[in-house]
Design a protein. Structure first.
Length: 121
């Protein structure tokens, strides 16, 4: 944020990640730091997004997760935390980023599996 933005009373908007806009939207909208005020678990938060989502939006999320995992094979945890660590940090929760994303992917495929994944978070 530039000082001039503060002086004018408006914050600078950070543009969304052009490679993963759907994934970033879900993370920032449902897995933010105050998530626990709205949901008991991460799987509940993802299910809240996935249940009413149109199939094409769930397909976009799945495709972005698959692309992220294919691109970031060298160090997926660092790549994930660099992008979205302010909102959610899988390694700090004792999970790898690929495991975390695969769980989100499973819920996007079938929101009913969210209840089975509750114990893993």
């Amino acid at each position: 944020m530039r000082l001039s933005d503060l002086w004018r009373g408006r914050g600078r908007t950070i543009p969304p990640d052009p490679d993963y806009p759907t994934l970033e939207g879900v993370i920032k909208s449902y897995l933010h730091q105050d998530m626990d005020l709205f949901h008991e678990t991460i799987s509940d938060a993802i299910a809240e997004w996935a249940m009413p989502a149109e199939p094409r939006h769930r397909a976009m999320l799945i495709e972005e997760i698959d692309r992220f995992l294919a691109r970031e094979t060298a160090d997926p945890d660092t790549a994930f935390v660099t992008r979205w660590g302010f909102d959610v940090n899988p390694p700090d929760m004792g999970r790898s980023s690929p495991d975390f994303l695969n769980a989100i992917r499973a819920i996007a495929v079938d929101p009913a599996v969210a209840s089975a994944l509750r114990e893993q978070w």
